[in-house]
Design a protein around this ligand. Sequence first.
Ligand code: KG4
Ligand code: ZN
Length: 345
Amino acid sequence: MKVLGIETSCDETGVAVYDTQSGLRAHALYSQIALHAEYGGVVPELASRDHVRKLLPLVRETLREAGLRTSDLDGVAYTAGPGLVGALLVGAGVARSMAWALDVPAIGVHHMEGHLLAPLLEDDPERGRPEPPFVALLVSGGHTQLVHVEAIGRYRLLGETLDDAAGEAFDKTAKLMGLPYPGGPQLAALAEQGRPGVFRFARPMTDRPGLDFSFSGLKTQVLLAWQGSDRGDAVRADIARGFEDAVVDTLSIKCERALDAAGCDTLVVAGGVGANKRLRAKLDEMTRKRGGRVSFPRPQFCTDNGAMIAYAGALRLAAGQHGDLAVRVTPRWDMATLEAVVHGS
Ligand code: KG4
Ligand code: ZN
């Protein structure tokens, strides 16, 4: 089954074709980062308009790269939420229209399920493909969640952030030290040059039981350290390192607790912050020590992309699930309400 996947929930237009026989056939991404940079954040109306401009050319490019025509497609998957309502509607409208014209089924995919399944998208030659049950750490700009994946489609929330998401904390901390939007990856690059231990920030909520997170206090600690410094490049790098170590340690401590709570030895990590090198190394070390393992998507599939949507949609379509003809999106959507994916149903 060849499934076209469309992602337009925020500021990236992503398109891909996933083939249930041969895997990922092609993918293309257009990032709107430059468009939003001068505003210091995503402007929803501009995001919708840019998706309108870029989506169809990207669909054509992806099909060309895959060597397929529209008539070869067996289904269409699109992100139906959570996300910006106008941006989501662009993808949903195009996906539903194409499916209707081609007379194939279409399915609305939960964006976070897409992220969560991204580590299963490709075979990892070293570690193989993880299979449920496992614990997933979802760390993006909008979410920080620990989820017990009992089966594909059966998700139990173990813990989540009570305020800022991990990626949001990276972005806000970068901004207050004068780094341009979106600062997360730049802060991480700067931390590479910083010295460990020069600045030590709290590991929030690790001194009490529980699996929830809180990252908003960290940026206040960074602000105080930054304001009290000479605000030079060396200090900025040392603070970046101190901040990154605090976030990475906190995430690792909670992941270990979540594995214990769920009785699992496999962890999968997804979402933009999953591209962070130090986080990847730390979680690798933590899971190895306990005889388990961790899987990540390749960094380009950690951040938003069409491949994860094509894959998640293909699993559901192949199990016989699909939506009705309405162009419907769900800007706020609880992952625990999803239907389990049971083949042969
Ligand atoms: O998953 P994603 O592309 O979009 C959302 O659905 O939010 O995640 C984007 C987030 C941003 O906050 C960005 O700063 C963060 O992921 N990010 C990183 C890194 N690369 C992206 N944070 C830390 N280190 C990185 N290398
Ligand atoms: Zn995302």
